[in-house]
Design a binder for this molecule. Structure first.
Ligand SMILES: Nc1ncnc2c1ncn2[C@@H]1O[C@H](COP(=O)(O)OP(=O)(O)O)[C@@H](O)[C@H]1O
Ligand SMILES: [Mg+2]
Length: 585
């Protein structure tokens, strides 16, 4: 298979000298290659008789054939030291590249497979070329209705590295990295690929109001488009906001949305409160008390508690054996929820949420914006309640599909993107909450998570071990690094690679949707990308929007960007008129 003329001579790195499958292999770097030019994270090809290996360069080390040259090394100010260094290098001193092989390609086959062996002694090692990337990662084909999506390029080459989106949505996934490394933009990029290729429906809990419409880039000050801007009404925006009249709410009211989230206290479950235990500073007995109340009053438990006066509270505790201190504390803490502007006493149905779930099942995408209500408490409460609705609906849909086995009954896959994911998935709560359940078992039910987080060490390790594809930007904290590699074999080498990433727009890609670990420069989310991703979009199926936020059928077609912008302008104007009326009567 190895054809000396096929590979560029300058890509020759050295030859294999030692190693094992478990720990990776060593290559002695040829004398002429300057070590400074070699980078960890580079994609490597090793040519053997009848088989080609692909791997990742994880480390570079220095070696010497004899200790004596190290005991009396040439110092820069010695006469002729640079000549001496040159003479020694290659004879007495050398560099070693450490390579973690991942895939092997047998002669005559066209699909590489996971490695089960190692290259033999003195097999030649090369920096991978374009053809190798194509062989392993394929070519982007989402414009041709495929599922390969270019997420970036290798560090040292201008060629695409593709993610297999179909495999991506089969499992829950994680995007990790410290703040400012480009997680949210990368998430927007991948969501764009998923929407364009129509691989699954997406629900995004958009805590910081970044995914829907244009935001200002943190570094370059460029305008970064939102998903609604790119995909028109295929992406629906729901707002969690304060619509009460008043000057300070004006900006919030002016956010454009397809519907407003309103939640009835009767839809708040004890489970929702348990998730907020830390944020509400509730102790375990207070949580217990909530269960006593729910058993007694059903879905009116919260409203009933909030209406109890001192006398009623005392009586309730006496008759039900509840601790009066903790019930009083619970009542006080729940006041924070009662005061949330989108929480109402008693709602017959969660219509907006039902509409939203129906839209997802029908193939649309939904962004839940927390403009102005981006405190953690609101964010977690709303995300949990919506996700419980989806869980319930999808369990039903999947069970129906199991019974009928009809292709048209197969549920449409949904991926739920959550920022600050660790808040929902700490070891204390992941066992009980809906997000923990989804991470652990919901792929059976066509629902998966995309967790976006800067503190992976706070996520339950069982949840982490379920994560299919990991995209990891720079992380410094040791515990976070360990957490990211939970359940990953050969992680020692990958840790070195991770540590060498730039602090912006670079990431290590590994897991289910990537044939092997690879380092990328993230694809720029810019005008060129917008054009590429929206090109030929109209040929995609347009979904009929079931109802708008008010429950009325919506006849609006799949609009283009202009009409959406016009619509936004009209909404803004209408809002200003309303504000004037509020202020001046
Ligand atoms: N792929 C990208 N294309 C263009 N700009 C990017 C990209 N990734 C990151 N950036 C820049 O980096 C800034 C921070 O990225 P962001 O995704 O908000 O970081 P994080 O979510 O990790 O804190 C963005 O505001 C943008 O200016
Ligand atoms: Mg972010």
């Amino acid at each position: 298979m190895y054809d000396q003329t096929r590979r560029k001579p300058e890509k020759f790195l050295g030859v294999i000298t030692a190693g094992s499958l478990a720990k990776g292999v060593e290559a002695r770097i040829r004398t002429l290659t300057p070590l400074e030019k070699i980078q960890t994270g580079q994609f490597i090809a090793v040519e053997c008789e009848g088989v080609r290996f692909f791997g990742l360069l994880t480390d570079v080390t220095l070696g010497a054939t004899s200790d004596s040259v190290l005991l009396d090394p040439p110092y820069p100010d010695d006469t002729g030291s640079s000549l001496l260094r040159e003479v020694l290098h290659g004879v007495y001193t050398y560099g070693n590249a450490h390579i973690q092989p991942s895939l092997s390609l047998q002669n005559g086959e066209d699909q590489p497979r996971p490695v089960r062996s190692v290259p033999s002694h003195f097999a030649p090692v090369f920096i991978a070329e374009e053809a190798d990337f194509e062989q392993v990662f394929g070519q982007e084909n989402i414009a041709e209705n495929g599922h390969k999506f270019a997420v970036g390029q290798p560090l040292d080459m201008d060629i695409d590295v593709c993610l297999d989106l179909e495999r991506f949505v089969e499992r829950s996934n994680g995007i990790f990295g410290k703040s400012g490394t480009g997680k949210s933009v990368l998430t927007r990029l991948i969501l764009s690929g998923l929407i364009r290729s129509n691989t699954c429906s997406n629900l995004v809990f958009d805590m910081h109001n970044e995914y829907g419409s244009v935001t200002k880039g943190e570094y370059s000050g460029q305008q970064i488009k939102g998903l609604r801007d790119l995909f028109g009404s295929r992406v629906m925006v729901y707002a969690v906001r304060d619509r009460r009249p008043g000057d300070k709410n004006r900006e919030q009211r002016a956010t454009v949305a397809d519907g407003d989230i309103v939640i009835g206290m009767n839809h708040i479950d004890v489970e929702d409160i348990l998730l907020l235990r830390n944020e509400l500073q509730l102790n375990a007995t207070a949580a217990e008390s909530a269960y006593i109340l729910q058993n007694k009053f059903g879905d009116r438990w919260m409203e009933t508690l909030l209406n109890m006066d001192g006398e009623a509270l005392k009586e309730f505790c006496e008759t039900n054996g509840a601790n009066s201190n903790s019930i009083t504390a619970l009542k006080r803490k729940l006041g924070a929820i009662e005061r949330m502007p989108f929480v109402e006493k008693n709602l017959r149905s969660l219509r907006v949420i039902d509409d939203m779930v129906a839209a997802l099942a029908a193939g649309r995408h939904v962004i839940v914006q927390f403009g102005g209500q981006d405190d953690l408490l609101s964010y977690m409460l709303v995300a949990n309640i919506i996700t419980r609705s989806i869980h319930k609906k999808y369990k039903e849909l999947t069970e129906r599909y199991k019974r009928t086995q009809q292709a048209q009954d197969e549920p449409r896959r949904v991926m739920i993107t959550i920022e600050e994911a660790h808040k929902f998935l700490t070891p204390e709560v992941a066992g009980q909450t809906i997000f923990g359940t989804i991470a652990r078992e919901m792929r059976k039910y066509y629902v998966t998570l995309l967790v976006v987080d800067q503190r992976p060490s706070s996520i339950d390790s069982e949840v982490l071990s379920q994560i299919g594809t990991r995209i990891v930007a720079l992380i410094n904290d040791e515990r976070d690094i360990d957490a990211v590699f939970t359940g990953v074999s050969g992680s020692a080498g990958l840790k070195t690679v991770l540590a060498s990433l730039d602090s912006r727009q670079q990431a290590l890609l590994l897991g289910h949707a990537s044939p092997m670990p690879v380092v990328i420069r993230t694809r720029p989310f810019d005008e060129i990308f917008y054009r590429a991703i929206t090109h030929g979009q109209s040929s995609l199926p347009a979904f009929v929007r079931p109802t708008n936020g008010n429950g009325h059928a919506d006849t609006e077609g799949d609009d283009n960007r202009e009409s959406f912008e016009e619509w936004m302008k009209k909404q803004d104007e209408a809002q200003i008129e309303k504000d004037k009326a509020d202020l001046f009567g």
